[in-house]
Structure formats: structure tokens, C-alpha cells
Ligand binder design. Structure first.
Ligand code: NAP
Ligand code: F7E
Length: 356
């Protein structure tokens, strides 16, 4: 039985990766942070109480900012594969907490690579690199050869991790890969990332729990895929003959305004936008469903400059030809399906809150 160690196991991607690896017969060890409140909601459905029966998922307390802890876990677990997903992953938050972001997102990776090197074992390593590395580049589609021009403390920290992964691969002949993943979403996405903020926020307005949803830059565009498809690409990268870096994306870009319209349509109403800049509003232009508290003409989307970033990445769209050719990977789940799944879950959660 292969052993995998996942940092960031309590996050969106960690939870899907655990499901995939257990399904493939792995014994999985997940590093979770000590927290004063429960932080395992995304994996509670998988994690069984050890006292209740067999269990191939083990959770260990740890933090990528603590090198002694990371070295001890790696030497005790002796994994075949390590997936480094732990990060302060919010771009806007990285402007507020740049030092912590660098510690976790840059030095965290170094700590793991050093522990692998010192273990003298052949451990395959996956690094969660990101399309944010491209930052300011405007290109039709970005691939493994495109320039990196990071535009946030998050992206700069991830740039260090990208290169230190390449460096350990070349210097110490380690099996270490970067997955340069474009945005990927799901019902398990954190509530402050834009897609989930929209599906959750519109569901609350739909049921009359909130009146408005305040947003930032609606002109930005992203290339959104499903987290489930993307964790499969992570696993594929570590099953290759030789370690390489891969871009993972859908090749389709959508702007924030259009995602809002799509989410509304999945709830049974339509939104139009009027006005410009901070004065722009999104209003209910048509209501198809009978179940909502919405009123035609109601102005529900407003702009708050607090959600603008000191530097924006205006658009990102990827080219995954290499992954298609070498990994035989392509995305299976469309943005329509992702949005539908997210909307269904958020409507259910908000409706339940209303009843409680
Ligand atoms: P996420 O939901 O924010 O999960 C991040 C995980 O990292 C959480 O489990 C979090 O623990 C953990 N973590 C944070 N700081 C830590 C620390 N110091 N030590 C140990 N664990 C720590 O992120 P995600 O969307 O699953 O993304 C997974 C990885 O891929 C991240 O590295 C992210 O930067 C990268 N990435 C994401 C995307 C995307 O679109 N989702 C695209 C490209 C790259 P808590 O639960 O305790 O907070
Ligand atoms: O923003 C704009 C915002 O926070 C997307 C992380 O997983 O993907 C993610 O980073 C866009 C940006 O994701 C709001 O300005 C407008 O242009 O959902 P996001 P992100 O910054 O692209 C990459 C690949 C990662 O690696 C990261 O870890 O949406 N936007 N209004 C807004 N964004 C937020 N969050 N909130 C708003 O109100």
C-alpha cells in the first residue's frame, strides 16, 4: 500500500485529493493545523473515528512554519509521495499579511524539500504552484514557457516555491514537480473567494437573509475549472517516469460579472448591470422562480472599494496542451456544471438557516 502525506488536507483541494488517493488504495496522512475551533469540516465525511473501525486516513497536527515538526512527521510517516497544498492562499489577504504569507507559502516549501533531502528516501514531491505567477502578463493563453511576473506577496512567495522545487530537482535529482494550476472551484471553495462569495451571497439575498452583496473589480477574468478534475492532475504528475512541471487549466476565460449572471440564472432569476466604477450596480431584471424574496428592479450587487487589491491581475487563461499530451489530462467538468453544483449547495445551506 502506497503512503501519501498531504499538507493543507483541511482545504478545498486537500479534501478532494484525500478522496482520490483513498479510492486508489493509498494510506493517507494529512497534516492539519491546531485550531481552537473545529477545522476539519471538509474531510469529516471521510475521517472515521479510529475507535469505530478501520481507517486509511490519519490526521497529524503540524504546521509548515515549524521545520522540526515537518522533519519529524516526514521521518515518522516515511511517505512515498508528498503533496504540499498548505498555504495562506488568499491573494488579497497576502497584502495584509506579507511576512506570514512568505513564511508559509515560500519557506514552508523549502522546509519540506530539505526534510525530504535529509531523509535520504526516494519521496516524490508535488508543489501547489499557481497561475498567479504569471500576474501581469497579458497573453492569449499561458503555458509552461510563459514569463512569470508576480503581482502580490502571495504570488512572490509562490514564485520562490516554484524555483526552489526546480532547484532541488536539478541539484539533488529529486522527483519534484510544480503543478501550475489555474483557478479551480467547487462547493468546498472557501467563502471569501469570488465564485463562492457570489453563490453564497446570492443565495442569502434570494431567501431575504441579506439585501446586498458587495464586490470588488467585476472586470477581472479567470479561467475556472473544478477542483476534482485538478487534484487528479496532481496525482498524474507524480505517476510519470520523470518529474516535470505542468499547466492545468480549461482554456476558457469568464469575467466576474458574467459569473454573477450565471449564478443568478441557476437560481431562477436574471441580473443586469448599470452605472460605472464604484457606482455600478447589479439589479434584478427578471424573476422566473416563485420561491424567492426578490423584487424586480431590486439593486442587489454593489461595489465596495475595500475589495479592490493594491495591484490586480486582470485576466488569466491557460493552455494545458502539455498536460493533455503527456498526462492524457483534460478537464471534464464545465463552468456551468461547477456553478450549478455550488448554487445547489449554497441554496440548501441558506434555506436550512432560514428554517432554523
Ligand atoms: P485552501 O482551501 O485555502 O486550503 C489551504 C490549506 O492550507 C488549508 O488546509 C489550511 O489549513 C492550510 N494551511 C494554511 N497555512 C498553513 C500552515 N502554516 N501550516 C499547515 N497548513 C496550513 O486552498 P486550496 O484552494 O485548497 O488550494 C490548495 C493549494 O493550491 C494552496 O497552496 C493554494 O495556494 C494553491 N492553489 C490554489 C488554486 C485554487 O484556485 N484553488 C490555484 C492554484 C494554486 P486551515 O484549514 O487550518 O486554514
Ligand atoms: O479572485 C476579483 C479579484 O479571490 C478572483 C486563489 O485560489 O486563485 C485564487 O486567487 C478575481 C480577482 O481568486 C471580488 O479581484 C472581484 O481578480 O477568487 P479570487 P484569485 O485571486 O484569482 C489562484 C490561482 C490562487 O492560486 C489563489 O490561491 O475576482 N474579485 N470582487 C473579487 N475577489 C474576491 N475574493 N472578492 C470579491 O469581492
Amino acid at each position: 500500500m502506497k503512503k501519501a502525506l498531504i499538507t493543507g488536507v483541511t482545504g478545498q483541494d486537500g479534501s478532494y485529493l484525500v478522496e482520490l488517493l483513498l479510492d486508489k488504495g493509498y494510506e493517507v496522512f494529512g497534516i492539519k493545523r491546531r485550531s481552537s475551533s473545529f477545522n476539519t469540516q471538509r474531510i469529516d465525511h471521510i475521517y472515521k473515528d479510529k475507535h469505530l473501525g478501520d481507517n486509511n486516513l490519519h490526521l497529524i497536527y503540524g504546521d509548515v512554519c515549524d521545520s522540526l515538526n515537518i522533519s519529524r512527521i516526514i521521518s515518522e510517516v516515511q511517505p512515498d509521495e508528498i503533496y504540499n497544498l498548505a498555504a495562506q492562499s488568499h491573494v488579497a489577504v497576502s497584502f495584509e499579511t506579507p511576512e506570514y504569507t512568505a513564511n508559509a507559502d515560500a519557506l514552508g516549501t523549502l522546509r519540506i524539500l530539505e526534510a525530504i533531502k535529509n531523509s535520504k528516501r526516494e519521496i516524490k514531491f508535488y508543489q501547489a504552484s499557481t497561475s498567479e505567477l504569471y500576474g501581469g502578463i497579458t497573453a492569449e493563453s499561458l503555458n509552461e514557457e510563459s514569463l512569470f511576473t508576480p503581482r502580490s506577496p502571495y504570488a512572490v512567495a509562490k514564485l520562490y516555491s516554484y524555483w526552489i522545487t526546480v532547484n532541488y530537482r536539478e541539484a539533488y535529482n529529486m522527483f519534484a514537480c510544480n503543478g501550475i494550476l489555474f483557478n479551480h472551484e467547487s462547493p468546498r471553495r472557501g467563502e471569501t473567494f469570488v465564485t463562492r462569495k457570489v453563490t453564497r451571497g446570492l443565495a442569502r439575498i434570494f431567501y431575504g437573509l441579506d439585501q446586498n452583496l458587495y464586490m470588488g473589480n467585476l472586470d477581472a477574468s479567470r479561467d475556472w475549472g473544478h477542483a476534482k478534475d485538478y487534484v487528479y492532475a496532481m496525482w498524474l504528475m507524480l505517476q510519470q517516469e520523470k518529474p516535470e512541471d505542468f499547466c492545468i487549466s480549461t482554456g476558457i476565460k469568464t469575467n466576474i460579472r458574467d459569473f454573477i449572471k450565471l449564478a443568478a440564472s441557476k437560481m431562477g432569476f436574471e441580473i443586469e448591470f448599470k452605472g460605472h466604477g464604484l457606482e455600478e450596480v447589479g439589479y434584478v431584471s427578471n424573476i422566473i422562480t416563485n420561491d424567492s424574496k426578490l423584487i424586480k428592479g431590486q439593486e442587489i450587487i454593489k461595489i465596495d472599494k475595500a475589495y479592490f487589491r493594491p495591484l490586480e491581475v486582470n485576466e488569466l487563461v491557460g493552455d494545458s496542451s502539455k498536460a493533455k499530451e503527456k498526462l492524457n489530462w483534460s478537464p471534464k467538468i464545465s463552468l456551468e456544471q461547477i456553478c450549478e453544483e455550488m448554487v445547489a449547495q449554497d441554496m440548501m445551506i441558506q434555506q436550512k438557516l432560514l428554517k432554523d
